[in-house]
Write a protein that binds this ligand. Structure first.
Ligand code: ATP
Ligand code: MG
Ligand code: FE
Length: 359
């Protein structure tokens, strides 16, 4: 199967070609990502209208580049997979319309993909990860733990009750006067800071429920910063380091609940795996903490390379291949031209993208 993937749900315009045949590992023939970071930097966050316009301008060229790099034409593709949600509706429309045009022009099936399913299955693009496994998705828009039992078969075990973890990084960075995107900059300045100077709260730590919360932490950071303003460079570094310590410790405590649950419910699983994905998975101290947590609980830990952790179209193409192979997606193809994107689309409900207008 040779699959063209298209991803436009947030601020990356991406297209990729992935090939797979039964019995051999998948091959990423191309994986082209255009980040809109610079367009949004001045606003300190993603501006939906700017994102949609940038997708319109860039997508055709990105698809062409992905095909050229894979040394293939549309005739050589077996199907098109496009992100149909969740995300910013303008960008989703651009990606889905382009995929429909390609499907209509070539007569090939169109497979609508849930962006979260792309993240959830991406580990299987690079490693031999068997179902079931746990995925921790930590990005600017999502913080959740999913049990992955197979394509289309997910259970959400934990999610944030307020802010996403990447949002907490971005807001803290803004407060400290660090440039957007916040995460990498908080991590960078934290290296020269004292993580013990401030004892920020650890929301939900120690509680039996497995969920995440970050808004209390954000408030505490703001209060600490206001109390000692104006901030010296050392103050900024100390707050960043203390914030990151609180995040790391909270995350480890929260994730431990789900590892314990997996152990209790599936004692027979021989080599359980925790996979991490999303932009925040690039954070060094977070990776280190998750690795030692997994060691302690007898889990294998898999962190795909950054290019597959952050938003990309190879994971969307791969999810399309997994769905086709599992016999999912053929139904949707019949109604492909009627598909409408969904800005909200929880993965665990397995709801199909909308078919027909006005629904
Ligand atoms: P979505 O949530 O829809 O998947 P997104 O664009 O918000 O999309 P990503 O592109 O996967 O998500 O990740 C971006 C987020 O990751 C930002 O919040 C950014 O601050 C954070 N991030 C990136 N690098 C680091 C890092 N080294 N440490 C902490 N956070 C980071
Ligand atoms: Mg992004
Ligand atoms: Fe994403």
């Amino acid at each position: 199967i040779r699959m063209l993937g298209i991803e436009t749900s947030c601020d990356e315009t991406a297209a990729a070609v992935v090939a797979w045949r039964e019995g051999s590992p998948p091959r990423i023939l191309s994986n082209v990502v255009l980040s809109q970071l610079e367009e949004h930097a001045a606003f300190g966050g993603v501006v939906p209208e700017i994102a949609a316009r940038a997708h319109v301008e860039a997508l055709d060229g990105i698809v062409e580049a992905a095909l050229a790099e894979a040394d293939i034409t549309l005739d050589g593709i077996d199907a098109v997979a496009a992100t149909a949600g969740p995300g910013l509706i303008g960008g989703l429309l651009v990606g889905l319309m382009t995929a429909k045009a390609i499907a209509a022009a070539t007569g090939k099936p169109l497979i609508p993909i849930n962006h979260l399913e792309g993240h959830a299955l991406s580990a299987r693009l690079i490693g031999d990860v068997a179902f079931p496994y746990l995925i921790l998705l930590v990005s600017g828009g999502h913080t959740q733990i999913l049990l992955v039992e197979g394509p289309g078969r997910y259970e959400r075990w934990a999610s944030t009750i307020d802010d996403a973890i990447g949002e907490a990084f971005d807001k803290t960075a803004k407060l400290l006067g660090l440039p957007y995107p916040g995460g990498p900059n908080v991590e960078r300045v934290a290296r020269s800071g004292d993580p013990m100077r401030f004892d920020f709260p650890h929301p939900l730590k120690g509680e039996a429920r497995p969920d995440f919360s970050f808004s209390g932490l954000k408030t505490a950071v703001r209060q600490a910063a206001t109390a000692i303003a104006p901030l010296s460079d050392q103050d900024v570094a100390d707050i960043a380091a203390s914030f990151q310590r609180a995040i790391v410790e909270t995350l480890a405590d929260r994730v431990a609940r789900s590892l314990e649950r997996f152990r209790a419910e599936r004692p027979q699983a021989p080599a359980p795996t925790l996979v991490v994905a999303g932009g925040v998975a690039a954070n060094g101290p977070i990776r280190a903490a998750l690795l030692s947590l997994c060691d302690k609980h007898g889990f294998a830990f898999l962190a795909p390379p950054a290019a597959l952790c952050t938003d990309n179209a190879a994971m969307i193409a791969w999810a399309g291949i997994e769905r086709l192979h599992a016999g999912l997606g053929a139904d949707a193809a019949a109604d492909a031209m009627e598909l409408a994107p969904r800005s909200r689309w929880p993965l665990d409900l397995n709801a199909a993208p909308l078919v027909g207008a006005g629904k």
